[in-house]
Design a protein around this ligand. Structure first.
Ligand SMILES: [Zn+2]
Length: 246
């Protein structure tokens, strides 16, 4: 897509937001502090835009986008942490009520994690990607262990979904997120956009699987007596493997 289209697009936006009904909405919005109720953490993939997927207007959610929609574990070691800083702002300042991790089918970042193609080699010499994608290493281990006989397509999908679970669990390693979840002031959701099928799936903690959003109310991810990541990743893999066989 040509760069110029972005400039032309801005002019259309400017027209729409200064002269129409949307203009009034927008003016109201910029005159006060933002107050979104949801933080969406999505992949940077140019085909997966959470605002378009959810038909949202400006101001409706706080957004973070990064490679593979990953959340690192809590680590306050003073390094530069863009994703963690944005999460902190959303949770502690904006006091959002929901966090959505939005992963997707056909994720290049997850594929790189699966294949190891992001490692520094004489061809690529990547400097950052391998550290970042290693956040999903635990999910990769589980997929190789539990689904080693499955077809590549099944393994890829399982890894894409399992990395969402890793990010959800990592969110709970932030003490102020866990506190809010304990007090039921915050809910964490795992979404998986299947772009080939045009379907949105949500992680249902009761069945420990991703199911079509809206089919039934998904059980909340955070349960006080929930087992640790290793256990629930294993349960997910178990359910995933059973489904594959049926
Ligand atoms: Zn992606």
């Amino acid at each position: 897509m040509p760069y110029k289209k972005l400039i032309d697009g801005f002019h259309l936006f400017q027209k729409e937001y200064t002269s129409s009904e949307k203009g009034a909405y927008y003016k109201k919005l910029i005159g006060r502090e933002q107050k979104p109720e949801t933080l969406v953490i999505a992949c940077s993939d140019s085909r997966i835009d959470p605002a378009i997927l959810t038909h949202s207007d400006p101001g409706e959610f706080f957004g973070i986008r990064n490679v593979a929609a990953l959340v690192p574990p809590y680590n306050n070691a003073g390094l530069l942490r863009g994703t963690s800083s944005a999460i902190e702002y959303a949770v502690r300042h904006l006091e959002i009520k929901h966090i959505v991790i939005l992963g997707h089918e056909g994720c290049g970042g997850v594929n790189a994690l699966a294949t190891g193609n992001y490692q520094a080699t004489s061809n690529h010499n990547y400097q950052f990607l391998h550290h970042w994608l290693d956040i999903g290493a635990k999910a990769k281990e589980e997929v190789s262990h539990k689904l080693h006989d499955a077809q590549d397509e099944v393994k890829t999908r399982a890894l894409e979904q399992a990395t969402i679970l890793v990010s959800m669990e990592n969110l709970l390693s932030f003490p102020w997120i866990k506190d809010k979840c304990d007090r039921e002031e915050l809910q964490i959701h795992g979404w998986y956009f299947d772009k080939s099928e045009g379907q949105l799936l949500e992680y249902n903690a009761k069945n420990e699987l991703f199911e079509k959003v809206g089919d039934s109310e998904a059980a909340p991810f955070f349960l006080k007596d929930k087992p640790n990541l290793n256990t629930f990743l294993k349960n997910y893999m178990q359910n995933c493997a059973c489904r594959t066989k049926s």
